[in-house]
Design a protein around this ligand. Structure first.
Ligand SMILES: Cc1cc2nc3c(=O)[nH]c(=O)nc-3n(C[C@H](O)[C@H](O)[C@H](O)COP(=O)(O)OP(=O)(O)OC[C@H]3O[C@@H](n4cnc5c(N)ncnc54)[C@H](O)[C@@H]3O)c2cc1C
Length: 470
């Protein structure tokens, strides 16, 4: 194959639908491969400041996201707008505080800091990604353009322009990064043997902001994700680099502790007084915010396959919308980008897209299903177990095992957040760990002996035994 034909193949017309976190990153990565890229986004340009969204204000970025950002050469820029979060701080009903470090003791994170996650503003990150992609030769963004349909037989994208007229765009490859309610995926649901399911969590969420103090400082510990676990509901607060906290109440829509009981801000005030008394003085405008901020729902989707033929591909929430409790929705979407890019790196020129996209679905579909399951389980862990002394003891024992037996015991949270182990392998390891820990925690004197070498040895023996008998 000559260089000329390889280049001709490389300069294909790539079309990306959705300029969110995943779409703008993927547009940059495609352009870095030498392609011409047009990105069509339903909303106005996020840099005009006119974008209003019902989605979370900030996000936790962790290793899987960083790896993709590094591959695209923009990790350093993102680092400048990211705030390190070293652990979670649990607020008990009586005001007692318990700090639990996310990373393993003495482990070093990606940026030389202790292992931690990073809080980033969704809007700032989106702006940065759009700017980085747009600065690259060959990328053009078209805001205010909504994907209405796709003609799969003619490779034509059908859009509605800001003026309401219809625009037709011919593509060589089409990437659907248009989020949980993807129009591109919607078109694929009308193709033969395409599976799709959607489910809403019975719980919703509402966000309120905690402003900094009069000197502009954080009102609570700033390197922590704060959690008020209260059984079937919880409050969470994640700091932002500007000194504010985004506080999010997750609760059932209906029932004794349900959001339907809190429509009147006065009722919300009573609920906060009862359940989260320590935060109330820190948000003096709680009722005003409560009256105006929306209750938002949480949707989960699964589909298969994540591609169509050799020229349509779904990425990010368009392929796998999950609940936010592991902080992995965006991270897993960015991992779609790094994995697809790595698959493209491996394929010989000219690129065999059929093979590449099949390999992408094969690699990512089990991962998407696993992180959905992990995220659902983590909701129960966060709201129900983080206040439980047995659970905290389990975490301490697991940290000790990880330190004593590096490479043989990596806690589930570390595998999901600080490694690139496929999510499905992390999920399977977590199930084994839980079986081992159930045995260990059942020991009558475990509260006194948990730190001993004998307990550590016994946990490793139990792990080996379960692995052999599996
Ligand atoms: C409360 C909450 C907290 C979260 N916290 C975290 C976290 O801490 N860490 C984490 O990793 N993830 C988190 N997530 C998940 C994260 O927000 C998503 O996984 C991420 O935004 C997915 O990015 P995306 O680009 O695939 O989709 P989106 O961000 O939804 O972007 C899709 C884009 O497509 C555009 N679009 C939609 N339809 C069309 C159309 N027809 N035509 C053209 N454009 C269209 C949209 O306007 C949007 O700009 C959280 C989610 C929620 C709800």
């Amino acid at each position: 194959m000559t260089d000329v034909s390889m280049n001709a193949k490389k300069s294909e017309h790539m079309v990306v639908v959705g300029a969110g976190l995943v779409g703008s990153l993927w547009a940059l990565m495609l352009a870095q491969r030498g392609h011409r890229v047009d990105v069509y986004e339903r909303r106005p340009d996020p840099r005009t400041g006119s974008v209003k969204g019902g989605r979370s204000i900030n996000l936790a970025l962790s290793d899987r996201g960083w790896r993709a950002l590094e591959k695209a050469g923009i990790a350093q820029k993102v680092r400048q707008i990211a705030l390190p979060i070293e652990g979670r701080l649990m607020h008990a009903q009586d005001g007692a505080l318990t700090f639990q470090r996310y990373g393993l003791p003495e482990a070093t994170g990606l940026h030389g800091d202790p292992q931690c996650i990073y809080s980033v503003s969704r809007a700032n990150l989106n702006r940065l990604l759009v700017e980085a992609a747009e600065a690259h030769a060959g990328v053009e963004f078209h805001f205010g353009h909504k994907c209405a349909d796709v003609d799969l037989s003619k490779n034509v994208l059908e859009l509605e322009s800001p003026e309401g007229s219809s625009v037709l765009v011919q593509y060589d490859r089409l990437f659907g990064t248009d989020g949980a309610f993807s129009a591109v995926r919607n078109r694929l649901t009308r193709t033969d043997r395409f599976d799709f399911e959607q489910r809403y969590l019975e719980h919703g969420y509402k966000e309120v902001a905690m402003q900094p103090d009069a000197l502009g400082a954080f009102k609570m510990q700033k390197d922590a994700l704060h959690i008020w676990p209260r059984g079937e509901f919880m409050l969470m607060a994640l700091p932002n680099p500007d000194g504010t906290f985004t506080c999010t109440l997750f609760a059932p829509y209906a029932g004794a502790n349900g959001l339907d009981q809190l429509v009147d801000p006065a009722d919300a005030l009573v609920y906060f007084e009862k359940n989260f008394p320590d935060i109330l003085p820190l948000i003096p405008d709680l009722t005003a915010q409560w009256a105006t901020n929306p209750v938002s729902s949480l949707v989960m989707t699964r589909c298969y396959p994540w591609h169509h033929g050799d020229n349509v591909c779904l990425m990010g929430d368009a392929a796998h919308a999950i609940v936010p409790f592991y902080g992995q929705g965006m991270n897993s979407g960015m991992e779609d980008c790094s994995i697809l890019s790595e698959l493209l790196d491996k394929m010989n020129s000219p690129q065999d897209w059929d093979q590449t996209l099949s390999a992408y679905t094969a690699a990512r579909k089990p991962a998407g299903d696993a992180i959905l399951e992990l995220a659902l389980r983590n909701y129960i862990e966060m709201r129900d177990k983080t206040g439980d002394p047995q659970f905290l003891l389990q975490k301490r024992i697991e940290a000790k095992l990880a330190k004593t037996f590096p490479g043989r015991w990596l806690p589930l949270y570390s595998q999901v957040t600080f490694s690139h182990t496929p999510y499905q392998e992390a999920l399977a390891a977590g199930v084994l760990h839980d079986r081992v820990m159930a045995e260990i925690l059942a020991k009558p004197d475990i509260e006194e002996t948990w730190d001993s070498d004998a307990v550590a040895e016994s946990a490793m023996n139990a792990l080996e035994h379960i692995q052999k008998s599996a």
